[in-house]
Design a protein around this ligand. Structure first.
Ligand code: FUC
Length: 829
């Protein structure tokens, strides 16, 4: 099957030459547009080419502010390999490519200047916990709040330009490329911009003066290079001027590398981080000249641009942080040179083959088919979305959206680099909303929800590496604020191990010590899906254990023997509390993970006893006056409150302590909360509620949320919008659809737990369940027809469908076929 598929794709792109079937690009899973992009997109780029600034030249401010670069945000096509990310605009007159490397960050703890690490900015506030708790006991809420506000922040500013020594700062762009084509749009026809999800390639096609032009773009993970090809169906038609606009807040120089190449070497003005961008052009026919930092092509048949980049950033796993230049350790001139030499030596076709093999191995693992018989409209994505918003069903669009989430994860999270940030890898400016950071109170976690369940375990590794970099600084934070063992993080993270709360006294968002344990639950999740014992033993267990230790020490052991979270908050919502439900839910989860992990490894009996004791004595969930699952220790929930965060349902999703199967009363109370909160909200919030409705096993309501996400939280290029663009909602959406079809968080595999009426027939293959099982399913007329379970790790398998359960032992490497018949029930063949 895979070979057949590969042959098909290869023939489309490689053997049948240019214009390898316009329609073919739209037959597979592809996002396409039929109107040429305007040059409007240049407007927000305030460091780029002066003639294109126009008067919209305003810096993008951080915060929730909208980007001015509307075309980029809603029309551009994202490609990436986890390190390099680019957006293709597809204008006829000039191609504009926004370009990033994942580790180009301003700010940091000044390691370039040999200064301190971040942990020196923690306030020493642990000694105040007793006083705060005493205030709670005495009913003095004001005092408890005041002490928390004043002492549980830091002096680190979230502002990008604060030049104090400890800057949080922001992710920043590596610049933009422009390729002027000398063409205009007069007489242009058959325009298409296409993102093929099947091959991770962007394509721009149009005809002009009876010439068919085509541009192909992909970013290879194995070769770490972006490849851009300009071609046409007639020779001598390529007249191009290639130029590069670097990050405007950096200083560097462009030199020629032979007569075909350019090398830009620079350092960021803010923190001295070095970066190198290398470009080389290969032409067929015509001439190529290299002058003034521009490559000029005349009358060529075809041009391929190879582009690669790197920074001097080094991920720091050093447990002692002995190296004074903690986060510096790569020579980007060397790395980029090697990548470039290798890429040019291979050439376009070999690079594409290698890229395709690498990418398709991951992407092709999962296939989703919804109502196969009723598809077939061939419309641009933006039009499909428009129709969908008007209520027209579009199952192809739903499949596309699902697979787009998987595509984005493969493109923004591959081993060897940092995890996907708030905008994945595709932000377009020197600074951006929420600093384009790692937001640890839902957003980065949501980025990874679909990873294991949609068969992309490899993509989790950057998250695990990121967590590992937090441990050492996070220990200092745990100690300073809570006198606690273990490690934690706070709401905002960067690539330099920032774990401290920020300077704000608005603790509703700033105070979030559960960020660490929440992240650590992903470690167990990864193990539970992969059952990689070696990983658990050598890497995972310590991260989980030390996080559970932190959770235990952070809690207030009250005189009555119970444990509660004081002080605590429900992220970004409500007062400082003496027992926010969210915190208890995360604590429950990490303690259960640690208990399980210690049992699997047969270690730490004593610690396990303590975790079990705390778990048993943790203040329980409470149901309030409206029958709702209470968000705080007091019953102050407002049924009209439509706040986007649904933190107190953490136990329902992503956790597993609230479920209609095991705790129906709590599940009912969780449902009340979801009804109160409503079906709208920001992109990611709809993504979360979609998952929660799926966990409540209400398929139709989950489908409503999915519909709302697609209608109201998705832009033409299918990017999630908060607004502005944030990538988390895309991942929440893909995860939620998977949750509708398969759940395995309760110790058994439940088939089609939340199948909506709208998906009458369908199939899915290759999705994953905990225990390292892979599952394929076919359903017909709203009913399971057949499932195949592949056991990748052996072990017992429990399958549940409707009210039927079967259980059987599996052998590693074998597949098991399960049929369903309304009269006979589940049958294992
Ligand atoms: C959390 C959310 C906001 C936004 C930000 C990046 O703080 O509450 O809505 O998504 O992350």
């Amino acid at each position: 099957m895979k070979n057949f598929y590969f042959l098909l794709i290869s023939s489309l792109f490689l053997t049948s030459g240019l214009y390898a079937g316009e329609t073919d690009y739209t037959q597979g899973l592809s996002i396409w547009f039929d109107t040429p992009n305007t040059l409007q997109g240049y407007a927000a780029w305030y460091g780029g080419r002066p003639d294109l600034w126009k008067d919209e030249n305003k810096p993008v401010t951080a915060g929730s502010g909208h980007n001015l670069d509307a075309s980029w945000e809603s029309q551009s096509l994202p490609i990436g390999n986890g390190s390099l990310g680019a957006n293709i605009m597809g204008s006829v007159e000039a191609e504009r490519i926004t370009f990033n490397e994942k580790t180009l960050w301003r700010g940091g703890p000044n390691t370039a200047k040999g200064a301190d690490y971040y942990w020196n900015v923690n306030k020493q506030s642990a000694h105040l916990l007793d006083e705060i708790r005493k205030a709670f006991t005495e009913g003095d809420q004001k005092k408890a709040e005041m002490l928390t506000r004043q002492n549980f922040n830091s002096e680190v500013s979230y502002e990008a330009d604060g030049e104090n020594p400890f800057r949080f700062s922001s992710f920043t762009t590596m610049g933009e490329f422009y390729v002027e084509t000398g063409l205009n749009m007069i007489g242009m026809s058959d325009y298409k911009r296409i993102l093929s999800l099947d091959s991770a390639m962007a394509v721009v096609q149009f005809k002009k003066d009876r010439v068919a032009y085509q541009r192909n773009f992909f970013i290879s993970y194995p070769a770490n290079v972006m490849v851009v090809r300009f071609s046409a169906d007639q020779s001598g038609k390529q007249n191009l001027v290639f130029s590069y606009a670097p990050n405007p807040l950096s200083t560097g120089s462009m030199v020629s590398d032979g007569n075909k190449g350019l090398v830009y070497t620079a350092s960021l003005d803010n923190n001295g981080m070095k970066y190198v961008v290398r470009i080389q052009a290969e032409t067929k026919g015509g001439t190529l000249s290299n002058a003034d930092g521009k490559l000029t092509v005349k009358d060529a048949d075809e041009v391929v641009f190879y582009i690669t980049a790197d920074t001097d950033y080094k991920i720091n796993f050093d447990p002692d942080f002995k190296d004074p230049k903690t986060y510096i350790g790569v020579n980007p001139e060397e790395t980029t040179k090697q990548w470039m030499n290798n890429a040019v030596a291979q050439g376009y076709t070999a690079l594409f083959n290698q890229h395709y093999n690498d990418y398709a191995t991951l992407f092709n693992r999962v296939r989703l088919n919804l109502n196969p018989a009723v598809k077939g409209v061939n419309l641009p994505t933006s039009q499909r979305l428009k129709n969908y918003r008007k209520g027209q069903p579009d199952y192809y669009l739903e499949e596309l959206y699902y697979q787009f989430g998987r595509y984005l994860l493969i493109a923004s999270s591959r081993p060897g680099n940092m995890p996907a940030n708030l905008q994945g890898i595709w932000h377009n400016n020197v600074d951006g909303p929420w600093r384009v950071d790692y937001h640890n109170n839902i957003n980065i976690q949501m980025n990874y929800w679909p990873a294991c369940s949609t068969n992309l375990n490899e993509c989790v590794l950057p998250l695990i590496d990121f967590i590992r970099t937090l441990v050492k600084p996070g220990e200092k934070t745990a100690q300073a604020y809570f006198g606690a063992r273990g490690w934690t993080a706070s709401i905002s993270g960067n690539i330099f191990g920032f774990t401290t709360p920020l300077e704000s006294q608005d603790m509703s968002w700033n105070f979030n010590p559960m960020a660490g344990p929440w992240l650590a639950t992903h470690i167990w999740e990864y193990y539970d899906y992969t059952r990689d014992l070696k990983f658990l033993k050598e890497t995972g267990y310590e991260l989980i254990k030390s996080s559970a230790d932190f959770a235990v020490d952070y809690l207030w052991h009250k005189p009555d023997g119970t444990y509660t979270a004081a002080p605590s908050t429900s992220p970004e919502h409500g007062p400082i509390d003496q027992g926010a439900t969210f915190v208890h839910a995360v604590v429950r989860e990490i303690l259960m993970d640690a208990i399980e992990a210690s049992k699997v490894l047969g270690v730490d009996k004593k610690e396990r006893k303590q975790w079990e004791h705390v778990l048993a004595n943790l203040v329980p969930y409470q149901i309030g006056r409206y029958g709702q699952l209470m968000e705080w220790s007091v019953d102050i929930d407002d049924p009209k409150d439509e706040h986007r965060h649904v933190n107190h349902l953490f136990g329902l999703h992503p956790g597993h302590t609230v479920s209609p199967v095991t705790t129906p009363e709590l599940a009912k109370a969780a449902k009340v909360v979801l009804v109160h909160r409503g079906d709208g909200a920001t992109g990611w919030s709809m993504g979360w509620k979609l998952n929660q409705w799926a966990r409540l096993q209400d398929g139709n309501h989950a489908y409503t949320l999915f519909g709302n996400l697609l209608k109201n939280g998705t832009m033409d290029n299918l990017w999630d919008t908060h607004p502005p663009f944030q990538i988390d909602g895309n991942f929440g959406g893909t995860a939620g659809i998977t949750e509708m079809l398969l759940q395995s968080h309760m110790g058994f595999i439940q088939l089609l737990p939340a199948l909506p009426d709208a998906w009458k027939d369908g199939s899915i293959s290759g999705i994953c369940a905990k225990g390292n099982f892979e599952v394929d399913m076919i359903w017909e007329n709203h009913q399971l027809k057949e499932a195949v379970v592949r056991s990748n790790a052996g072990g017992n398998c429990v399958i549940k469908y409707l009210d039927q359960t079967i259980s059987f032992k599996t052998v590693k490497g074998r597949s098991y076929q399960i049929g369903y018949d309304a009269a006979k029930g589940l049958i294992k063949n």
